[in-house]
Design a protein around this ligand. Structure first.
Ligand code: SF4
Length: 120
């Protein structure tokens, strides 16, 4: 299967793309950004991981969870393993938005960062 049907998610218009990764051709796009997205999605799909980490006290008891996300998209194929890494992480207060929670997750070159302040 060399031609893939992909919905462009770059803008709300949602063009229905047909992408031939073998030849690098894209049809159905209304703009250049859609062609770039279609090729990227067909050849090296990425996703931003958005999840939470546990915030614990000094005894390791969970107090609450803190929202985190990858600072940039990571390869779709490592999302499940990245979730396992993040699920094993425990953090303590205070947390500032933008704090690096997991540096260079799975050697992707992308950090997992806090997306909200959690005061002491
Ligand atoms: S191809 Fe262009 S116009 Fe169509 S959804 Fe993608 S970004 Fe929007």
């Amino acid at each position: 299967m060399s031609v893939q049907q992909i919905t462009c998610i770059v803008c709300p218009r949602g063009c229905a793309l047909e992408v031939d990764a073998r030849t690098g051709t894209v049809t159905g796009n209304s703009c250049k950004r859609g062609a770039e997205y279609g090729i990227a999605e067909a050849t090296r799909p990425t996703r931003t991981l958005t999840t939470t980490v546990r915030v614990v006290d000094d005894k390791g008891e969970t107090l609450e969870v803190a929202p985190v996300r990858t600072a940039a998209p990571i390869p779709k194929g490592v999302i499940f393993d990245a979730m396992k890494v993040v699920n094993a992480v425990r953090v303590v207060k205070p947390i500032k938005r933008g704090d690096v929670i997991v540096p260079n997750i799975l050697n992707t070159g992308v950090d997992v960062v806090a997306t909200r302040d959690i005061p002491r």
